[in-house]
Design a binder for this molecule. Structure first.
Ligand code: NAD
Length: 422
């Protein structure tokens, strides 16, 4: 049965689009909450249940202002060059590797994703696996299906009082920390960045310190290149005899051959792995791994974040980001543009100016406005790498010539006038 869900509500009718309709194309079966939210704000939404190839995507993007995709649609530089009306792309997922971010930035197209919508789903799977492995449920379950009644407490433990070592104390690591303490676990963590310890968690100064004391070690590090193979032979050897290992972060961060050796030898009592260095492309493809066929090892097909709740949250989260970009120019949590947010006052117009990040842009914009007697009511500038983003609020008393001058600046990548006028 569907759990009642709260649809994110934008709740500010002045932002409902009143001018030229915003044409929004959503591909790959994006959740219905996204469609509902955008339509309620006046978008003209077209949905396609599958990914499109490059040529078809170029055709379908003619006249489209916002594009929503999931992980399968490749948004290449060629697509972006052809999509002259496109203002923003929503990746209704976590990763954005499928989008040529450099080309999007150079074209002044904002990209958004949903970095936290499935955090809770990953945490709940990790907790379920920690309990199942500590209790050796996997073996009991396999025995029962094979007709073996083995009522035996040996090797089965409560998690209460045991020590959980969290490597990577980010969105997922911190939430796991809080819930694990509620189960009575002692939590220690190690993070390469300075992180505030939540609850009674203890921060370890080194990874070795964490490995020395943990009954369960769980990885929640990010996918930066330096993390490739960072957990291998030396770290498994350092783990306590009889301890349990989990990886629900990225497949390439651990050495699977070494993990198998330490499981075979009995040094590790169990493991749960959700992510793999090479994952099958499609449903039904063969899964190959050194870790197949081992007792007390839970293997899952990268489903840590795959729940219906996470999909619904991704839908409304990204849809809201797209809509706020359209009506306010807000780039909070954008993947490629500087993060700016400034409430738009009724009666004002906003110039949202994406430009090359070179000296003198602010001065030039302001001198054009001053030369045309346009008063600035509010202004915010942010830069990120090669690109700058400037929000300037002005009254409605200006001429088209002002816009022509601003668009004609050599540094200008894109100028939008908000609310949605051009
Ligand atoms: N299994 C799934 O389906 C699934 C779903 C969502 C996220 N993930 C993955 O989970 C991981 C964590 O996600 P998140 O949202 O918590 O990320 P995050 O960026 O919020 O946190 C990552 C943390 O790891 C730390 N870190 C990086 N390298 C480290 C290292 N070598 N040693 C110690 N700390 C290190 C960072 O400083 C950061 O605090 C990511 O790799 C993400 O891709 C998997």
């Amino acid at each position: 049965m569907d759990r009642p869900r709260v649809l994110r509500s934008l709740n500010y009718s002045r932002c409902v689009l009143k001018n030229e309709p915003v044409r929004t194309l959503l591909l790959e079966n994006i959740h219905k909450d996204a469609v509902a939210l955008l339509e309620s704000q006046g978008h003209e939404v077209e949905t396609v249940p599958r990914a499109l190839d490059e040529d078809e995507l170029i055709r379908r993007l003619d006249g489209v202002h916002l594009l929503g995709i999931r992980s399968k649609t490749q948004v290449t530089a060629k697509v972006l060059a052809a999509a002259t009306e496109l203002r923003a792309i929503g990746a209704f997922c976590i990763g954005t590797d499928q989008i040529d971010l450099g080309a999007a930035t150079r074209a002044g197209i904002a990209v958004f994703n949903a970095p936290f919508s499935n955090t809770r789903s990953v945490v709940e799977l990790a907790l379920a696996e920690i309990i199942a492995l500590t209790r050796r449920l996997t073996e009991k379950n396999a025995g029962m299906h094979a007709g073996v009644w083995n009522k035996d407490a040996a090797g089965s433990h409560e998690v209460r009082g045991r020590t959980l070592g969290i490597v990577g104390y980010g969105n997922i690591g911190t939430q796991l920390s809080v819930l694990a303490e509620n189960l009575g676990m002692r939590v220690v963590f190690y993070d390469t960045a300075d992180k505030l310890a939540l609850g009674n968690a203890h921060r370890c100064a080194t990874l070795d310190e964490l490995l020395d004391v943990s009954d369960v070690v769980t990885l929640h590090v990010d996918g930066r290149p330096g993390n490739s193979g960072f957990f291998g032979e030396k770290q498994f050897a350092r783990m306590r005899p009889g301890s349990i290992f989990l990886n629900l972060s990225r497949g390439f961060v651990i050495d699977h051959v070494a993990l198998r050796r330490y499981l075979d030898s009995g040094h590790l009592a169990g493991a749960a792995v959700d992510v793999f260095p090479a994952e099958p492309k499609g449903r039904g493809d063969e899964f190959r791994s050194e870790l197949r066929g081992l007792p007390n090892v839970i293997l899952t097909p990268h489903i840590g974040g795959s729940t219906e709740e996470a999909q619904a949250d991704i839908g409304s989260f990204v849809a809201e980001k797209l809509h706020r970009y359209v009506v306010e120019g807000a780039t909070t949590l954008s993947v490629n543009l500087p993060a700016l947010a400034l409430p738009l006052q009724p009666g004002n117009h906003r110039l949202a100016h994406v430009h090359h990040n070179v000296p003198g842009v602010l001065a030039e914009v302001n001198s054009i406005l001053a030369a045309h007697s346009v008063n600035i009511e509010g202004q915010l500038l942010g830069t990120r790498g090669e690109v700058g983003y400037l929000l300037t609020d002005i009254g409605q008393d200006y001429t088209e010539e002002v816009l022509t001058k601003l668009r004609g600046m050599p540094q200008t990548i894109r100028l939008r006038v908000l609310p949605w006028l051009t």
